[in-house]
Design a binder for this molecule. Structure first.
Ligand code: GH3
Ligand code: MG
Ligand code: MG
Length: 407
């Protein structure tokens, strides 16, 4: 990372030496782009803050609109000034308050500088005829190549750094939505570049689409937040029920079994009483992680409330469901409270084994509505409790109110 930073500083130093040779027009376009960048950042501050509150992180910003435009339409030194000015502004206005890791910020900007300067060099090398009339291609090709070069270098260097820092695959590739927004940002950058070359004042037209794009991204994050249990990151009860309904409907159409598990932590009140609620919360998170790891990829786990979790297992009959449930039970029982908490463990935590009682129901015998399966799994779970806890119990069939044969 230090090598990349130093390379970027050196390249920027060389680039800035071209400033004295620039004409007035370049300064005016730079001033205009900067003014628009700041105008957008001001307008977007509230959305960005909201976004941060929802997702808990500062999202990828939309600076690349300006970076691409500058790389294509401005001389080298001005590209560096543009990136530096926007970065400083964003830092003072937003990032400073979040307490970012400084070396990461610097690295991100270094990759931006290197990407933009390479894109700028590529455009110079192509030497497009910007005034070419009709269907002359060189200008369009230059813009496309500038976008490609900048993205490849910027993303490439960031991906390498993330990989070195041990980020997981999801963080490396980004979500589909994040990538779409990045693509849209780059496209807008290309159009702003052309406007900057031909009709600079028309660059103003990009502000409204940018703000709309950013708000669009917010909607998706709100959807995710509304479906997530904030404590464990699992689905919340409403979202889980939604998924379970969908799975059961599909199972009806395609004729396969669906199992439902209710998982209740044993003597959880004791954990709270003995170690405090904060430790209790860590235990909830830890058990949540175990659940996610222990189920199959296409199963969905939710937090039903308190210390109760639920899972829906498509294409699982009794036998499959019991295997998954038993895997959950044994893995939770291997957990120790001390291993789940940051910092010094309270006395006794190192030996304290956790346990869950699990009730299992299946659509083949217990009903095809989510509510039926939950009722059956719940009474099985209570039998697990009364049978001594730390065990898996299958719903009772053939007697009692939960019996509801479907096929
Ligand atoms: P059992 O083995 O019978 O299930 O006993 P239990 O103590 O687990 O069951 P009970 O329902 O009596 O207690 C559940 C406790 O879970 C009570 C409540 O304070 C605690 N709890 C519920 N939600 C949370 C939470 O979000 N965080 C923490 N720390 N505790 C919670
Ligand atoms: Mg309990
Ligand atoms: Mg309970």
């Amino acid at each position: 990372m230090v090598v990349i930073d130093l390379t970027a500083v050196t390249a920027a130093g060389f680039a800035l030496r071209t400033l004295s040779r620039a004409d007035t027009r370049a300064w005016i376009v730079l001033g205009l782009l900067l003014a628009l960048a700041l105008l957008f950042e001001e307008g977007a501050t509230r959305t960005a803050r909201l976004q941060r509150r929802i997702s808990g992180q500062l999202k990828r910003n939309m600076d690349s609109v300006w970076t691409v435009a500058a790389a294509v339409a401005l001389p080298t030194g001005h590209v560096v000034l543009m990136i530096f000015a926007v970065a400083t502004y964003v830092y003072l206005r937003q990032q400073r308050a979040v307490g970012h890791v400084v070396y990461r910020l610097i690295y991100a900007r270094s990759t931006l500088v290197l990407g933009a300067l390479a894109a700028n060099l590529a455009v110079d090398a192509i030497g497009p005829d910007w005034n070419g009339v009709g269907w002359a291609l060189s200008g369009s090709v230059a813009v496309a190549i500038a976008i490609a070069v900048q993205t490849a270098i910027n993303r490439g260097l960031i991906t390498i750094a993330l990989a070195v820092l041990g980020a997981d695959r999801k963080a490396l590739l980004g979500t589909r939505d994040d990538n779409l927004i990045e693509l849209a940002t780059l496209c807008l950058g290309g159009l702003v570049a052309l406007a900057a070359l031909h009709q600079p004042w028309l660059c103003v037209l990009v502000i409204a689409p940018m703000i709309t794009l950013q708000r669009g991204a917010l909607v998706r994050e709100l959807e995710t937040a509304a479906a997530t249990d904030p404590k464990t990151g699992l689905l919340n009860a409403v979202a889980w029920e939604h998924v379970a309904n969908r799975e059961l409907a599909r199972a009806q159409r395609e004729k396969y079994d669906v199992a439902v598990l209710i998982i209740d932590i044993d003597r959880f009140k004791m954990v709270n009483d003995q170690y405090g609620h904060l430790v209790g919360d860590e235990v909830l998170r830890g058990v949540g992680r175990v659940l996610e790891d222990a189920v199959r990829e296409y199963d969905s786990v939710g937090r039903f409330g308190g210390e109760e979790f639920v899972a829906v297992l498509p294409k699982a009959g009794d036998a499959d469901a019991l295997v998954v449930a038993e895997r959950i039970r044994s893995r939770v029982h291997e957990l120790r409270i001390a291993a789940l908490i940051d910092g010094p463990a309270p006395e006794g935590a190192a030996e304290h084994a956790l346990a869950v009682s699990i009730g299992v129901s299946c659509s083949r015998y217990d009903g095809i509505e989510v509510s039926d399966l939950l009722v059956a799994a719940d009474s099985a779970m209570y039998r697990a409790k009364s049978g001594g806890r730390n065990r898996v119990v299958l719903a009772a069939r053939g007697s009692g109110p939960s019996f509801a044969p479907t096929r």
